[in-house]
Design a protein around this ligand. Sequence first.
Ligand code: AMP
Ligand code: MG
Length: 401
Amino acid sequence: MSLFLQTISVEEAVRLALSVTPVMPVEDVPLACSGDRVLASDIRADIDIPGFNRSVMDGYAVSAADTTGAGEAIPAMVRMAGRVSMGAPVMIQVQPGECVYVPTGGRVPDGADAVAMIEYCEQVGDIILVKRAVAPGENMIRRGEDFATGEVVLASGRRISSQDMGVLAAVGCATVPVRKIPRLGIISTGNELVPVSGLPVEGQVRDANSSLCGGFVQEYGCEACYFGIIPDTPEDLEITLSLAVAGCDLVLLSGGSSKDERDISALVISRIGKVIAHGIALSPGKPTIIGHVGQVPVIGLPGHPASAYIVLFVIVHHMLRALTGETHRERQTVSAVLSQNIPSARGREDYVRVSLAGGIATPLFGKSGLLNTLVRSTGVIRIPAGCEGLEQGSPVEVLLW
Ligand code: AMP
Ligand code: MG
């Protein structure tokens, strides 16, 4: 076995990571519980919406042709033939020269093709004076204009918002097919780690990665299951990793992901499962492991929180999209101009954290391992593997966190 990491490209790493990532099974949930869940199939309108020609104003349903040329001085005169009540069937028809009163949301009777707003009408006995002409279709929504029967109203792979829930109700979707919520196992390894509530003594650091990973997966609607801090002993890690894969849909393991003799992650994954990649041409984030135990993908993240975060952002992001079924999730980008040169080594994909202000992207250089770039940056600039750097003043796309 080589002493050094055999790196693969980011593209290949994403491909391999996806090859071991399943998609969650489907479950039906009541509409009221579907918020923030991922839709598992296309939802179609079961009826025309609206189901009838509907007025959007209080006014008089008329034949638009009867109002041609009408104005303040010479109003059109139509005979009031009746009133429409909300929610009740409409038996009446509008004949030429007639009108019917319709409240907002009421059905426009057959024979009428427009609604004259009440504000522009005057009643004199059973005659209505229409003082403004209306065009066909004015002040009404035609049957099926909002959604037609059979039309896809919401596509599979979308995370359900409150607006979506309103539309699901309108199309009669009382139970909603959604993807089950994935459980994400999170393990931190390192003899030097102490829990958040502990006070580190010399040589110790607080475990930042458990919370970093937990927060990240929750942003994808996953449930975080914390397996705690495990010392750098293969036997301990093997027990915990076995437990984690037994109860979770994907496991994130941080620390010990390189090839030093104290780096035990790859060893333990390969003892109970398989390592399919070890090392990615990615900076930061080179010492990353892609593996699986049975059907459960296991990702070994570098210990440095800032590096671990880039691997989450660049690789795990795709796995969580696939696992949750949220295929519609897109990254937000912003165009900016670079404030200074950024050198980059050929052969690896560089992710440079930047802060953004007034359209200017300023790189936050720092030794790897600094936490401050995690909170001072707005996003990252991706420098492709074949590029030796970017020059000051060049236009860049910033991938927002
Ligand atoms: P490793 O990848 O285990 O070699 O760790 C690289 C660096 O990241 C070391 O300085 C570790 O102390 C630090 N580190 C590892 N795991 C964590 C963690 N969970 N939280 C904060 N720092 C960590
Ligand atoms: Mg370590």
